[in-house]
Design a protein around this ligand. Sequence first.
Ligand SMILES: Cc1ncc(COP(=O)(O)O)c(C=O)c1O
Length: 369
Amino acid sequence: MIRLSKSSLNSKEKIAISRVIGNSYLGMGPEVKLFEEEIKDYLNTSKKVIAVSSGTAALHLALQACGVGKGTEVLVPSITYVASFQAISATGAKPVACDIAGDNGFIDLEDAKKRINKKTKVIMPVHYASNAQEMKKVYRFAKKHQLRVVEDAAHSFGSFNGNKRVGQIGDVICFSFDGIKNITSGEGGAILTSDKSLISKLNDIRLLGVRGDSKKRYSKSRSWNFDVQEQGWRYHLSDVLAAIGRTQLKKVESFQEKRKRIVNFYISKLTSMKEIELLKIDFKKNHQHIFPIKVLDNKRDPLKKFLEKKGIQTGIHYQPNHLLSKFRTPYKLTESEKFGQEILSIPLHPDLNNKEIKRVVIEIKNFFS
Ligand SMILES: Cc1ncc(COP(=O)(O)O)c(C=O)c1O
């Protein structure tokens, strides 16, 4: 079976985990602090990095800290993982599904504009397949309509927004480090922002709202006499997971090279196929963990089945969220619905070898011939 995606791990992660176990301290401690500092160094950002237990937790906390809650609304593209929608609804707010640009999956700002009202507080663009090249337009839009921007950057750790790495500029940026992302900490995520009032809130609400606990935890201590002012959650990262993340961070450049080689191979072999469309994104600025292609003429599902029979896993990123029972809209989102029927992700992870990626291409071609 050629896997769609997979964590790329070796003895280095095992050694890192053993180091933490040897300390007999598994909670949030010095490893988390180091992971946060090392992310900051890698991204060369002046923003504060706050590590949390998942990308979903990062989005939930970021939204809450921005004042999103009951009676407010958040603009979000329909094509995203359901985590984006659940993070919004977890605050009590309403996720307002917006259409996407059919050629790259990015939020369609013309459509988003139609959905703004007095309750709209935040726009949450998703860097679909790590594409963050249109963020300038989002920030212009947000300024005009007085919205905050929470970037769902789950796909784009190490990728570029213009000539800057995602996380160097912007309002609030949320990464995911789940098992198959650009780097993994097992499960995990991070929030980046320069907003001081947000930083202080986020530090507290990742640890049940206990004032000032984050700092104490870094040195394996905790607060005993404390106040709580806000709803908090148990969303901090553990030292075990941070140790895995720190090890993966050392490999990020090599992961990038390996994924790029595969992406370039797919582009060179699939561009000329008339039955398939590649996304229109700047692949040079991308560091992506998925390679979605658009399969035209209602051939997506038959191709998916064919590849499965040949031992090649594929994925659907994503079905439109506005068609799910919980998030169903009374309006249609034409591009998202079409995209949801055409999109198919083919295998991409650092451990794929040449023989495997050649087989993926050959079997796609076999299907159409
Ligand atoms: C677009 C998007 N947003 C949010 C998330 C949530 O991240 P996590 O799985 O770390 O909670 C994911 C993860 O798959 C995602 O793909």
